[in-house]
Design a binder for this molecule. Structure first.
Ligand code: CA
Length: 709
């Protein structure tokens, strides 16, 4: 459906009466009526996807294809933590609310960037080990004078929107002996705060919870995978799911399916849509005896928001074995398909297929590859199931599978323009070698639980280069009706930013190589770009105050790609400086210069271990340290590169691994590493520092290398 005339009309009305007037009149607090009528106040960005349909489309037109060249920085604000910066700001009633890593909430004046208040939930920095993919937070929800944030440690916190003072705290975690985390933004539907959790890499049972927005009391909880089969299932949905799981491993270690990011709501149908995550373990052969669809992994589940009652589901990846989450953006739209208006739901999950689904019934309308993939040839429209290829089965032998676990599209939000009818997907080609570890056992809280060998990369930079080069990024403008790309923008690096579409015929996106860019939404083509000093991942927003349109993005680098894939991500060549960047026409503010210096390699200590010990150290490092510090001790630049340890750090190495710097973000590992293990890892790091010294002697260092530890 083309809403063009309607959107132009709304935009004209907005600029005529000015959003500033609405602020001065102190409207009633954000509630269901206001969010459902979000298009009536296009100057606000009231919920994470702007509307309950999560299109991330701004009806504002002041900034448009004709004047985009005049867009300049209005203000910037330095965030507290230079880690995963993934949040979408909320702007409503004259205040901007942003979050940074470790779930810190800051309220800013959206015209100036002046800080109004800050709330740090003081997440213990040693909780780092409890998540797969950095200590991210993707934003808050605002409702009836309160601001809601899900803290990384699983607390759901309500703050007073004016003062930032705590109103209530609820613990969403059912079992603190498991690695549950929250990274996603809450949504508020019918007075209930909806929040899921993460942890499927570490062994948890996923669920989504609804808490009363006023009191913080639990209203309902929907588990996404079954529990102990000797106990009665919680509901009919779990009874159905139970029949698709086998053996004992899954329920003892937790089957996964964590709904850690995407939700959408249709008020007319009164359905809440939940995107669910991958299985624990990844290896389905270990998890559930190599068969079974394992409901509701990698699925979109429709629930009644009042009760959490199951209505329908569509499983994108039955029996997922590749970390193919269906937690990616869920966007609702009304599309004309074969001459019929359909209420659809769209998703481009990690598995590289773009799904168009009837959101009333869950009927699959179409599914085509939006990105290259070798795991499945197509989706069979008769059965709604993917046709898996032999190349995908890694249960018995290692396989190079495309996409790998970071997916053809990850959490970086996509957007949809009703004007162009196109979906703007931040996509990537990112293959991975999956090598089975059939002996894998659940290792306890804070340990990875994949049923897979650690990611193996070559240490030799020359051998690494072609693997780096095989990782690419693309912005894809996708026609969801024709199921084809209309235009594509290519990037040298994967892990580019979320997208914003506007009625000014623009698409905004940050890039992994440190830029913020605008394209023509209909035809593609770069119209404007500006440096951001850092890789940009988050989804931009737009708002209007006192007749001026602003565009804001949280700039900052981190997440699974630079942490777990380390050296592969260094094609991004940027520093993780986290900032809020806000632009407007004629903006004259200056972006501060990069404030980190290129690292200088300290003289490595003498290697005292033999080759066998160094080998032991390598394996231990890659099993326990590599998913944050990078495989083979080649960091992605966010977490310290341990080849650059100073003499002081070498001297206190065992103490650091035991937890001496836990409150600075380096958790202790005494529960899994014995002193001899720590020694072997240390010797491996000395060996790697010496390797680097030899490489640098051959090639002089360039600016933009790894940061010093
Ligand atoms: Ca995952």
């Amino acid at each position: 459906m083309r809403h063009q005339a309607w959107v132009v009309l709304l935009a004209a009305a907005a600029s005529a009466c000015s959003i500033g007037a609405a602020i001065a009149a102190a409207p009633k607090p954000v509630d269901a009526a206001r969010i459902q009528a979000a298009d009536a106040e296009p100057g606000s960005w009231m919920s994470t996807g702007r509307t309950y349909g999560e299109q991330r489309f701004s009806p504002l037109t002041q900034v448009n294809v004709d004047n985009i060249g005049k867009l300049g920085l209005a203000w910037s604000y330095r965030l507290d933590v230079d880690r995963a910066t993934e949040g979408t700001p909320i702007v409503v009633d004259g205040v901007m609310y942003v979050t940074s890593a470790f779930s810190i909430v800051t309220a800013l004046d959206p015209r100036s960037g002046k800080q109004l208040w800050k709330y740090d939930p003081k997440v213990s920095r040693d909780r780092d080990r409890d998540g797969c993919c950095d200590v991210a937070n993707r934003g808050v929800a605002v409702w009836q004078g309160k601001v809601y944030v899900g803290a990384y440690d699983g607390r759901l916190i309500a703050l007073d929107a004016k003062s930032g003072k705590k109103v209530w705290i609820t613990d969403t975690v059912i079992d603190h002996d498991r690695s549950y985390t929250i990274t996603g933004a809450p949504r508020v539907v019918k007075g209930k705060v909806i929040i899921g959790n993460g942890g499927a890499e570490l062994g948890v049972r996923g669920y989504v919870s609804a808490f009363d927005a006023g009191s913080g009391k639990l209203v309902w909880r929907f588990y996404t995978v079954p529990g102990d089969p000797s106990k009665p299932p919680e509901n009919k949905a779990m009874e159905m799911a139970q029949k698709t799981w086998f053996g004992d491993t899954y329920w003892k270690q937790g089957g996964g399916g964590t709904p850690w990011d995407s939700f959408a709501y249709d008020a007319d149908l009164d359905l809440l849509y939940v995107g669910t995550g991958n299985g624990s373990m990844w290896n389905r052969g270990v998890r559930s005896e190599d068969h079974g669809d394992n409901l509701f992994l990698s699925s979109i589940v429709a629930l009644k928001p009042d009760t959490g009652e199951y209505v329908w589901h569509y499983q994108t990846t039955p029996g997922d074995s590749w970390d193919y989450t269906a937690t990616q953006s869920i966007i609702l739209a009304d599309l004309s398909i074969n001459g019929t208006q359909r209420k659809v739901l769209m998703q481009a999950p990690k598995n590289a297929f773009f799904y168009v689904i009837d959101r009333k019934t869950g009927e699959l309308l179409s599914a085509e590859k939006y990105s290259p993939a070798n795991w499945a040839s197509k989706v069979d429209m008769k059965t709604g199931r993917p046709v898996e290829s032999a190349d995908a089965d890694w249960s018995k032998k290692a396989q190079l599978v495309l996409p790998g676990p970071i997916g053809a599209h990850n959490w970086q939000p996509m957007s949809f323009s009703p004007q162009t009818g196109l979906v703007y997907i931040p996509s990537q080609e990112a293959p991975a070698l999956y090598a089975p570890n059939p002996e894998a056992k659940y290792g306890g809280k804070g340990t990875w639980n994949l049923g897979m060998q650690p990611i193996a990369l070559p240490e030799d930079p020359k051998a690494l280069k072609p693997i780096q080069d095989s990782y690419k990024g693309h912005l894809i403008a996708w026609d969801p009706v024709a199921q084809r790309a209309v235009w594509t923008q290519d990037y040298a690096s994967a892990w580019n930013g979320g997208t914003l579409a506007t009625a000014g015929n623009l698409v905004f996106q940050g890039t992994a190589d440190g830029r913020f860019v605008a394209y023509a939404a209909d035809k593609g083509g770069k119209l404007w770009e500006t440096p951001a000093n850092t890789g940009v991942m988050a989804g931009p927003i737009s708002y209007e105050i006192n007749g001026e349109q602003y565009v804001t993005v949280l700039a900052g680098w981190g997440g699974a790609y630079p942490l777990a894939l380390g050296a592969i991500s260094t094609t991004a060549k940027v520093k993780p400086e986290a900032r809020v960047l806000t632009y407007k026409l004629g903006g004259q503010a200056k972006l501060p210069p990069p404030d980190r210096k290129p690292a200088v390699l300290p003289e490595p200590p003498v290697l005292t271990a033999n080759a066998a010990t160094v080998d032991v150290g390598r394996n231990l490092f890659n099993a326990h340290c590599g998913m944050c510090h990078g495989p083979n001790a080649m960091s992605g630049g966010v977490i310290p590169d341990l080849r650059y340890l100073t003499p002081q750090k070498h001297a206190m190495f065992a103490g650091i691994v035991a937890g001496a710097r836990a409150q600075r973000g380096m958790p202790g590992f005494s529960d899994v590493l014995k002193p001899a293990d720590v020694d072997a890892i240390h010797q491996y790091l000395i060996k790697r520092a010496q390797d680097l010294k030899a490489e640098l002697a051959a090639v002089p260092p360039v600016a933009g290398g790894p940061s010093a530890p």
